[in-house]
Design a protein around this ligand. Sequence first.
Ligand code: COA
Length: 161
Amino acid sequence: MGVVAVYPGTFDPPTKGHLDVIRRGARLFERLIVAVAINPEKEPLFSEDERLTMLRQLTKGIHNVEVASFRGLTVDFCRKRGASVILRGIRTFSDFEYEFQMALTNRVLAPDVETLFVMPSEEFSYLSSSMVKEAVALGGDLSRFVPEVVLKCLKRKLGQG
Ligand code: COA
């Protein structure tokens, strides 16, 4: 039986950088579950449903990718879904410390779940969802970094579309 992996994140909104990680993960694992983390302490711009819909549109051509949301611990979600791997992307050296802490904490919580990292393409290495939201809100063109469906949702949300 092949390996099932979970790619957790906030995805507020998903960018081409996230899609790059998803595509790499889909090639590596039998099944990849893109998991939208619902954190009651965060106030995302996009609702849970909006993030799920955007991610489903973006991944509809990738047969072994599923999109879901979860509350609580990522490792509990992994166990519930039979996943033995947490997939994360490392963009720059500055991501490393946070990812290192998170991977080791998750290992304490669930020694049977392994965190694996991929490097997204360098053209997306400095990209973040906050920067995308800020630039689009101020009228900047970031279509290079944001999939068309997301850009449309973003403009609508910001009253520009
Ligand atoms: N391309 C572009 N941007 C990327 C990216 C990529 N490949 N990977 C990450 N980013 C950006 C995101 O857009 C986001 O930008 P923002 O801060 O401007 O919004 C930022 O990097 C953080 O990325 P994200 O993947 O959303 O991570 P996160 O830190 O919000 O999510 C969780 C972390 C959800 C995985 C983590 O909080 C978690 O596991 N939560 C569940 C609770 C839990 O288990 N806690 C214990 C963990 S030890």
